[in-house]
Design a binder for this molecule. Structure first.
Ligand code: AMP
Ligand code: MG
Length: 678
């Protein structure tokens, strides 16, 4: 069902999303959009046809399949993870001969049929010892036995093995047996494990270590497997720098290159990463043509929005038939995904934001890649979990929301990680994701949802901390991690943490909430069932660049006065609801200087804004100011404490946390980092 999206609709969604890192994902670059509006030229095409997720995938697959899966011969050692191209028939019996299962003596069972504790039977020892790898030379005649090791071939005449523990040496060339043996005792017969001519493994089986073991046991050194598709990966963007290189101003590290390369290898492709190409049409086209000729699949990321600088989708239409199948899919994140087939080869442009890139890759590319590699579809584990908060969703787009799982009083709780599609940690720290139907505009708080896990099974953390995040927290939880306890810290702010603690969804909620009435921190906010564990104090103050002479040597009040007196001076504020914001507003006393509307949500963002000259002053905590090399004027200490859920106090991980918090080690580490332990 193609949904038409005209430019009006587009502007609307762009404007509404502008405060959201997702907004870029909606495909409208602001600058190009306005050029489009004045009608002078069309640098910015629109996503004229947005396909539903199902429609896009169906069209993509229809353009590629059916097709034969080419096969190749691989040495066993290189076949791990490949799908067998044909049935494998066992060429030999395993074991290849009748073999002893124990250390003992090969005997004729009839000889010792009457043996018992009171009736020992004497057997004369034959003059050989059958160790592993030794072919027996002498038969076991009636009244005799031959010493044999585990794995030794059973000699002619013998039909059972007696364990050495059930015998006694008699005279120097005989043994005494005090126990009868049934025929075949402790003998593995030839072919009893694998019989010659048996279908050992079926075509399509994915080769794991067990399969490799079976093949090796039959002496098979190479196998015919589905050929891994050769996949070339290209990142695009002038701003990209490879990990290991120095980050220049306004550049970012190429995340997609590494993550897509790994995900291709995980799903049966032979991945070849070719680096990042600048947004230069001629260079990109030359590279795409060359690599497509050498590969079965080409995966690009970035440059798929329809802005002036986004050129790769234009190149695709020149690379081969039929060309673009879908450009714009009703997915969130991932709308700008571009799917194409050029002369039989899939060419894909993933959205630039890493999380968008990964979701679209897994949802739309992995099924095709696995099919080309002869692999079965992924079978991801799924669990049901309760969503504790309302999740808003855009109508008309299938939305994927990453979640962290914690154990609630009655079942699993799935916390949405709300960092947006530009965030890579939302992927790495999440346990899985849930899907919100394109026709739903929200998931209500308390609803049950199916969570697709990133791992084969649920890993519920030992300690769950939900609330305001602080870098000091990592210092305190370090010993827990060393002790093998898993700690999950979910940053939702102080009030969100308190709400989670009241619902019993976490062990501890870190909070720093100032109460105007009592002029105290945190205690007035505690509800029944919660108790306060003192944490540490964080000095808050004004940050400025050390070379800025407007602030050096002043008190916080004088510094703000100086800033207000200079119309060229720009501040950076904090978000509504942050404890720091209350302090800022008090200092400003009703003034609204330039920059007041710049309201980032973290201490680190304030420091980055000042360090990078986006602002001249702001308020943050001392450790962050010092780590950024900024000047700092102390103002007031903030209390960062923990609301502990009393009912969970006895849990071992909670006790370990409280011990760690009180330990000399973490107090020293906190002090070293610029905090003051309470
Ligand atoms: P684009 O679609 O090229 O406009 O990219 C959208 C956003 O994703 C921009 O913020 C890019 O900087 C970012 N981005 C693009 N490619 C990568 C990449 N390989 N790694 C990390 N971020 C990227
Ligand atoms: Mg780009």
């Amino acid at each position: 069902m193609p949904v038409s999206s005209d430019s009006k609709q587009h502007r609307h969604s762009g404007a509404r999303d502008s405060a959201n890192p997702e907004s870029r994902d909606s495909g409208s670059g602001g600058g190009a959009q306005s050029r489009n509006d004045n009608g002078s030229h069309l640098d910015q095409d629109q996503f004229l046809t947005i396909l539903s997720r199902e429609d896009a995938l169906a069209r993509f697959e229809a353009a590629l399949f059916p097709r034969p899966v080419p096969s190749e011969t691989r040495p066993l050692a290189d076949a791990l993870g490949c799908a067998l191209a044909e049935d494998v028939v066992a060429p030999i019996d395993v074991p290849p001969f009748d073999r002893s299962n124990v250390d003992g003596f090969a005997v004729r069972s009839a000889d010792i049929a009457g043996a018992g504790e009171g009736a020992p039977v004497w057997l004369l020892l034959n003059d050989e010892v059958i160790a592993c790898g030794i072919a027996p030379m002498r038969p076991v005649l009636s009244g005799t036995a031959t010493a044999i090791a585990t794995g030794g071939p059973v000699p002619r005449g013998a039909d059972a093995i007696v364990m050495v523990e059930h015998t006694q040496p008699a005279s120097h060339r005989a043994i005494e047996v005090r126990r009868a043996a049934s025929p075949g005792q402790f003998v593995s017969y030839a072919g009893s494990d694998i019989a010659r001519g048996e279908a050992l493994l079926r075509a399509g089986t994915v080769i794991g270590s067990r399969e490799i073991g079976m093949l090796a046991a039959c002496g098979i050194a190479e196998v015919q497997v589905a050929r891994r598709p050769q996949v070339a990966i290209l990142s695009t963007g002038d701003e990209l720098v490879q990990p290991g290189e120095k980050l220049r101003p306004a550049a970012i590290y190429d995340t997609n290159g590494a993550i897509v390369t790994a995900a291709i290898a995980e799903n049966g492709g032979e991945a070849r990463f070719l680096g990042a190409i600048p947004d230069d049409e001629a260079e990109l086209e030359a590279t795409m043509r060359r690599t497509l000729a050498e590969s079965d699949i080409l995966v690009l990321s970035g440059g798929t929005s329809k802005g002036a600088g986004d050129v790769s989708h234009r190149i695709i239409s020149r690379l081969g038939k039929p060309g673009i199948i879908a450009h714009g899919v009703a997915l969130k994140p991932g709308k700008p995904l571009c799917l194409a087939v050029c002369d039989g080869k899939p060419v894909v442009i993933l959205p630039g934001f890493p999380t968008s890139a990964m979701f679209t890759f897994h949802d739309m590319i992995v099924p095709v890649l696995r099919r080309m590699a002869g692999l079965p579809p992924r079978s991801d584990a799924k669990v049901m979990a309760k969503v504790p908060v309302r999740i808003a969703s855009e109508l008309g787009r299938t939305e994927f929301v990453m979640v962290s799982l914690v154990e609630g009083a009655d079942g699993l709780i799935a916390y949405p990680s709300g960092k947006g599609s530009g965030a890579i940690t939302s992927f790495a720290q999440a346990d899985g994701f849930l899907k919100i139907d394109a026709l739903a505009d929200q998931m209500t708080a308390g609803s049950e949802a199916e969570v697709t896990l990133f791992t084969p099974y649920v890993r519920v953390p030992d300690l769950v901390i939900v609330g305001s995040h602080c870098t000091g927290l990592d210092l305190v939880t370090a010993p827990l991690a060393r002790a093998g306890l898993t700690v999950r810290s979910i940053a939702v702010g102080s009030l969100g943490g308190l709400a989670a603690a009241k619902r019993g969804e976490c062990d501890l909620a870190p909070i720093h909430l100032f109460d105007d009435k009592t002029e105290t921190y945190n205690t007035p906010y505690l509800a029944a069932g919660l108790e306060l564990v003192p944490g540490w104090r964080r000095m808050q103050g004004i940050v400025f660049r050390k070379d800025d002479t407007r602030f050096a040597g002043l008190s916080a009040q004088d510094a703000v006065r100086a800033a207000l007196a200079d119309p060229a001076c720009i501040m950076v504020n904090r978000n509504q609801g942050a404890g720091t914001r209350i302090l800022i507003d008090r200092l400003l006393g009703g003034s609204r200087p330039d920059g007041y509307c710049n309201q980032p949500r973290s201490h680190n963002a304030v420091a980055a804004a000042v360090a990078q000259h986006r602002a001249d002053w702001g308020m943050t905590i001392a450790p962050v100011a010092h780590a950024s090399g900024l000047g700092f004027i102390p103002l007031a200490e903030e209390h960062y404490d923990f609301a502990l859920v009393t009912a969970r106090k006895a849990r071992p991980a909670v006790r370990a946390f409280l011990d760690a918090l009180a330990s000399d080690e973490s107090r020293a580490a906190l002090t070293e980092a610029g905090f003051r332990p309470a």
